[in-house]
Design a protein around this ligand. Sequence first.
Ligand code: SAH
Length: 356
Amino acid sequence: MIDKLKRDLRALTQDELREQFKTLTQPAYRADQVYDWLWSKEAHSIDDMLNLPKALRESLKAIFEIRPISVNHEQVSKDGTIKNAVRLADGLIVESVLIPTDRRITACISSQVGCNMGCHFCATAKLKRIRNLSPGEIVDQVRAIQAQAEKHFKRPLTNIVYMGMGEPLANYRNVLASIERITSPKGLGISAKRITLSTVGLPKLIRRMADEQVKFNLAVSLHSARDEVRSAIMPVNDASNVKDLMDSMLYWYEKTGSLITIEYVVWKDLNDGPEDIQALVALCKRVPSKVNLIEYNAIGDGRFQKATLRSIDAYVGALEHAGVTVNIRRSRGKDIDAACGQLANKSLPESMEVLS
Ligand code: SAH
């Protein structure tokens, strides 16, 4: 349970902590000690912070609390993928996924409870956004998967993708704060090059990240390079069209020098025609990028059908012919609804009770 009168200690940056300690007439090094407990030593209670005087711990406890997550339920797929139902301190549930391959162990993590972007093909969209996750709740998901990787595979976690529930750029500040803590040597010390943020494509925020010279990778869920098609399946395309998105992607490349991954699902009779292929090829010729063709995972409403292998081959052929790198991403963890777009939280009714 959470105490609504208190603040989440892990929502503060190191500078904010120092400010807070000034008002408590405490020296800056005390703030740094607390920061170290939170992010290097994984303290889950203020009482764990043994090098702080007891009186200081008591005054912190009067204002703050720490709100760790707990893994409520682990489901293991036939292919080794593990889906976690993650319980947040207020009782809500999000999902995270561990994806093992020969060379990598990837953590797919959530950034929001539900999502407001409304993509018609995505199960998470049906939930609407309930709330943003805090930096601590995001980092905890990574830590939990790090422990699972060691326990089940005896291998370290190698990659992190923000491709779980939610739109990371709609929770901009907390997502960037979480990446700062995951990459910091004082935090998890994982290289930014091993982190990918996947977005529905919000041009203003893509530019803002580029201006901040971030070092992680960017993936954009394009799914169509034609406005009429993209708008029909992704409401976000009404506010900013494909041209705006493409310009922001170019800007990203100019500022960061880092290739963008374009995520693209091919659906039958929706975006599998020659004009769809040509539009994508034209975009890729302008924006330095590589394409991941993602297999569609049905979400049970029968509205979308995955494309035939022949149409996928047509995409691959045209992209390769234009010199664009293209990968086909097979689904993982489908039998446990852990694949892309399937994270819809079948345990939600229980968590909704907490809200009502
Ligand atoms: N909001 C972010 C990240 C979450 S979704 C984004 O939009 O990128 C991660 C990826 O899964 C996105 O590319 C998304 O478009 C894709 N996706 C959503 N539903 C899907 C489904 N049913 N089958 C396959 N991919 C899906």
